[in-house]
Design a protein around this ligand. Sequence first.
Ligand code: XIL
Length: 350
Amino acid sequence: MFSWTRPTRRRLRTLSVTGVATAVAALTLSLLPSFAQAAETTLGAAAAQSGRYFGAAVAGQKLGDSAYTTILNREFNSVTPENEMKIDATEPQQNNFTFGSADRIVNHALSRGWQVRGHTLAWHSQQPPWMQSMSGSALRQAMLNHVTRVAAYYRGKVVAWDVVNEAFADGPSGARRDSNLQRTGNDWIEAAFRAADAADPGAKLCYNDYNTDDWTHAKTQAVYNMVRDFKQRGVPIDCVGFQSHFNANSPYPSNYRTTLSSFAALGVDVQITELDIEGSGSTQANTYRNVINDCLAVARCNGVTTWGVRDCDSWRSGGTPLLFECNGNKKPAYTATLEALNSATPTPTP
Ligand code: XIL
């Protein structure tokens, strides 16, 4: 007769005026759990209702700031080290690996039962000086060694790795980005994925990039074609990360949901990995709401990470792009995000 999975206040009022006592009693019993489930008060718990995570990029040195960790510990259930797992941080001298700064973040997360996204194993940027000056087969071998050693060290601890970051050029070319890694040969990306798969077969292996949000853009199509090719040829790729740094130069596109669902249809998970939206007030809040609703509409969009916690933690702090003010207050964008997450169709408990 009635479907009670998404009850509305309007339907409740309609029913109560019918005065059917048995129906009211049945309602009370069947609806209360649904209402309780649909009113989570933190981002992580709200996302978990539909089986998703809600994460933040974490800067290790801020874990000593109690105002910061109070928000982090209350609201989030996934972390991405903002810089501590990058190549310059984990292999500052060739074959000399340092994991202390990353471990601090990983331990903070795992001791609380959260997920960790690893970021990132192979990238043209934030390379240590020794790698920047390398080329050819020596660089290829050094890159594969780095991927292998870091992924093996974090085996079983990192749920998903950004194996390769930002390998495509901006603009209309649809070409690969020129870099020392690209110049080792076009197959460097799949070689990195195969090395990561061998080192940690249980981790989800992602390709991650920015300016890949608009379905009509050449860069988006180029990444899509690469992922389709990888899936066809059996290159081990499980997920695609959309950084989603939105601002006036790189606005939220109305076809974002099409982008997410099109990639998901290739048989990969999609994740929003570095979300920040410059702006303020209700305009910013509405864009956050749209982004979250787009993710919720795609079954394989299984999580969202904001690139920082408070506005003043952001790499683009001048754009006030995050969900919390510097004083810790929740912004309208926070409320919009929480409401959107709470509106998701709950995942049935098995
Ligand atoms: C940024 C960090 O937030 C900064 O602290 C650092 O100085 C530079 O890198 N795309 C990425 C992230 O994949 O690693 C970048 O993080 C932001 C853009």
